[in-house]
Design a protein around this ligand. Structure first.
Ligand code: PLP
Length: 384
């Protein structure tokens, strides 16, 4: 089976992890700050907080922004469930904004319309989570403009997008957002096995997320409400979690960061090759907005169902039978039974649902060889 995504682990990665295993610290040592510094410098951001997953990063990002019961979080339905679940963790309610038919990212027009209605109804969102689907950045400048007019905070879910750029600047610099989140799950652009990061230029948000990732406990006397009882003292100032990243993971992350640009370049080569090889087939290849340089985590095609006599499911099953590990990113979150039960009268989201009816993610990862890519294309031709 050729998978849809796969990590690449080099001898340098293995050595980096082994060194940590033989060192004094398996957790809370020097590697986590080193990884944070590497990512912060790459992205041009002042604060980077490593955690054990992007899901954890989204959770503490929402809490740091004050999201709670009575508030609304809005995101795109075409995302992994974590982009929405973080709102529910905080006791907030979640709603969805339909996607743009070209980029498949949250549509700025749909967002604006929804904001106009929400303002009248008195239920504006506190947090909006734009997701850079497949690594392609959302129209952040326009979303940021709307945030000033309607007073919401922005968390970029950049789980797919480290190594990409928006208007020539690295994704993760938070120029148009409060917080950006990365994922380092093995299928993503770089990996720490499990892992994530929250980035911000706001010192207060960073301090809050730093507390929340480690039980809400501080050893910094300046952050305590009374004098320490002694040198052993730590104070719990908030209800936090154990969301820390280990030293093993951070060492892997540092080592992977050296190859980040190489990985994204390779993904672009593969995407351009797919674009050429698929040009004659009845599929729509991914459109790239000129403002963005995608991390290209995923390569999603849409079937032109009117031009073939197969169903989406038949094409998908045929590819799997031919040992191509295709996938669908994503099942629209608002159609998940859990969300349907929670918000039974969520509006239909036409663009998201028609995307879902046609989308297939083809294998895309740096180690994908050209002959494997050719096999994917042959299998797709046969399936169609
Ligand atoms: C992978 C992913 C997440 C969750 O990442 P984890 O590190 O696995 O928690 C969140 N959002 C999106 C868009 C993702 O693709």
């Amino acid at each position: 089976m050729i998978p849809y995504g796969r990590q690449e682990i080099t001898q340098a990665d293995i050595d980096a992890v082994l060194n940590v295993l033989q060192s004094d610290f398996l957790t809370q040592g020097p590697m986590v700050p080193r990884f944070e510094k590497a990512v912060a410098e790459y992205c041009g951001i002042s604060h980077a907080l490593a955690v054990n997953s992007a899901t954890s990063a989204l959770h503490i990002a929402c809490l740091a922004l004050g999201l709670g019961p009575g508030d609304w979080l809005w995101t795109s339905p075409i995302t992994f469930v974590a982009s929405a679940n973080c709102g529910l963790y905080c006791g907030a309610r979640v709603d969805f904004v339909d996607i743009d038919p070209l980029t498949y990212n949250l549509s700025v027009e749909a967002l604006e319309q929804k904001l106009v209605h929400a303002e009248k109804a008195g239920c504006l969102p506190k947090v909006v989570v734009p997701v850079h689907l497949c690594g392609q950045p959302c129209n952040m400048q326009a979303i940021h403009e709307l945030s000033k007019r309607y007073g919401f905070k922005i968390i970029e879910d950049a789980s797919h997008a480290i190594g990409g750029k928006y208007r020539g600047e690295p994704i993760g610099n938070c120029r148009y957002s409060d917080i950006t989140v990365f994922s380092f799950h093995p299928v993503k652009i770089i990996t720490t096995a499990e892992g994530g990061m929250a980035l911000t230029n706001n010192a207060a948000l960073a301090e809050k997320m730093n507390l929340l990732r480690s039980h809400g406990i501080t050893r910094d006397a300046a952050l305590m409400t009374h004098e320490p009882d002694g040198p052993w003292y730590y104070q719990q100032t908030d209800l936090g979690f154990n969301y820390r990243m280990t030293e093993l993971q951070a060492a892997l992350g540092v080592s992977q960061m050296y190859r980040l640009d190489e990985y994204v370049t390779r993904r672009h080569q593969l995407a351009e090759r797919y674009n050429r090889l698929l040009a004659e087939l009845p599929v729509t290849t991914p459109w790239q907005h000129p403002d963005g340089y995608s991390g290209l985590h995923l390569y999603v095609i849409r079937l032109k169902l009117n031009a073939i006599d197969k169903t989406h499911r038949q094409v998908f099953e045929s590819l799997r039978q031919q040992k191509i590990g295709v996938n669908v990113h994503y099942i629209p979150v608002h159609t998940q039974p859990y969300y349907r039960d929670l918000c039974p009268d969520t509006d239909a989201l036409a663009e998201s649902e028609s995307y879902y009816a046609e989308a297939i993610s083809l294998p895309m990862y740096p180690g994908l060889a050209e002959h494997e890519q050719d096999a994917v294309v042959s299998a797709l031709r046969a399936a169609l």
